[in-house]
Design a protein around this ligand. Structure first.
Ligand code: FE2
Ligand code: FE2
Length: 438
């Protein structure tokens, strides 16, 4: 008897998804993560609370780490090259995720993230891990398990932040919950995030209640601080010394806190240049923004440690203002300008703090210095790349940097005598208070 035509048939659940199916699902996860990274970054200047403004970048960075691992895995699975950089049949779902950028208010934005979009990713990762093959797709399991844990933590944070934002702005309550319900219904109507293989769907129309996103002219500022444009007298008064000893300790903490502008700038350039630059840009800018948020937290923590009332601490806007209305290349240039301008001071100051016995300032400044060295590289590389993709000469990046210096100078020149008098009064009173404490 011939054995031709006899086979062992195997229908193990392990074999549910083939290699290309797996890649298609992972690609969907990548594009949804990418979409959230862009929207979360774009919203940083609109968030008032400094706690949320500096905590959100950690989530942006975590999601960039996950997205990068997903993207690498899709490459490994040799998904057909042509569609690697396109959403393919998941276009409608990703376009719906994109719409959270057009949230009508801060509470609405935080609520939709925490109640609908992040849970959609969380549940999809959970289901993927339960269903996919631990043997054939083992490399995905390692990082996706980690991402799942992070998503649970992110959802808890977002829900807490949404509650805090609603408490600060109760008039937005109804609009925010309507927005979240509308987003959630639209995702459900598309069949959810899920782990099923997708079929192309018509592109999403705007979710009701949306408000088109625009980069804010003025950044939102935490009302607990003393609001101003120029956050220390030496910015507007060449005769006011940067200071030594206790004055330098205070000045450095104020500088770190005021790196809030760099957090907002990182967020704006990540999102607004994401259409011109490749994924690696988003990945680098996510880390950049997260680092600046950590520098801002360092300053806030030190001032808190010294028991200084935030109401007496100046929180400025002048560097953000200097690039307002400019092409985002100048916001990228602004970060690069300040990174390279200040970097040599950092290790010197860390050394001085060591001689003062101020271990905390020394520690913060030393870690900051290491981050800034990475950032100077990002600035140089991406300014050149941006000019190149725009068909301009990459060597022009020094001109962009110089133009940023001029923009800042022009903004500083608009300081009024009243502003100079007020910041000098606030700074001198802080210095006197610190002197008494010391
Ligand atoms: Fe920084
Ligand atoms: Fe930096």
């Amino acid at each position: 008897m011939s054995q031709i035509g006899e086979y062992i048939t195997a229908r193990s659940p392990r074999a549910r998804w083939k290699r290309v199916d797996t890649a298609q699902i992972l690609k969907r996860f990548f594009f949804c993560e990418r979409s959230l990274i862009i929207s979360m970054s774009a919203w940083l200047p609109l968030i008032e609370s400094i706690d949320i403004k500096t905590a959100l970048p950690r989530l942006i960075w975590q999601n960039a780490q996950t997205a990068n691992a997903l993207r690498e895995r899709v490459f490994e699975l040799r998904f057909p090259n042509r569609t690697e950089e396109e959403e393919g049949p998941d276009r409608a779902l990703v376009a719906l995720f994109d719409q959270v950028k057009d949230s009508p208010s801060v509470p609405a934005f935080l609520l939709a993230l925490g109640k609908t979009l992040l849970p959609a990713l969380h549940d999809a990762y959970d289901e993927y891990l339960a269903t996919s093959d631990f043997i054939a797709d083992g490399p995905t399991h390692r990082f996706l398990k980690f991402a799942l844990n992070e998503k649970s933590e992110q959802i808890r944070s977002l829900q807490r932040w949404a509650d805090a934002a609603l408490a600060a702005s109760p008039n937005d309550r109804d609009g925010a919950s309507r927005w979240d319900v509308a987003m959630s219904a639209r995702i459900a109507a598309l069949g959810g995030m899920g782990v099923d293989l997708s079929t192309a769907q018509p592109e999403a129309t705007p979710v009701s209640g949306s408000r088109p996103y625009a980069i804010p002219e003025k950044p939102a500022r935490d009302p607990r601080f003393w609001p101003c444009r120029f956050y220390w007298p030496d910015i507007v008064d060449a005769n006011f010394p940067y200071g030594e000893g206790m004055k330098l300790q205070l000045r450095s903490a104020i500088s770190h806190l005021n790196e809030v502008w760099a957090v907002e700038t990182g967020g704006i350039i990540l999102s607004s240049l994401s259409h011109e630059l490749p994924w690696e840009w988003i990945n680098n800018a996510a880390r950049w923004t997260y680092d600046e948020a950590r520098h801002c937290q360092m300053g806030f923590e030190r001032l808190t440690e010294w028991e200084i009332d935030p109401a007496r601490v100046p929180l400025g806007t002048y560097i953000y203002d200097s690039a307002a209305g400019q092409d985002p290349i100048h916001r990228l240039g602004m970060l690069y300008f300040f990174e390279t301008k200040n970097i040599r001071n950092k290790s010197v100051r860390a050394g001085l703090f060591h001689t003062y016995g101020d271990q905390l300032s020394e520690h913060d400044m030393d870690f900051d210095w290491a981050d800034e060295t990475i950032h100077a590289g990002y600035g140089k590389h991406w300014l050149g790349e941006l000019l190149r993709v725009r068909g301009e000469d990459p060597a022009q990046s020094e001109n962009v940097r110089a133009r940023c210096g001029e923009l800042v100078k022009a903004c500083v020149a608009t300081a009024t005598p009243e502003e100079i008098e007020a910041i000098t009064r606030v700074a001198n009173s802080l210095i006197a208070e610190m002197g008494r404490a010391a």
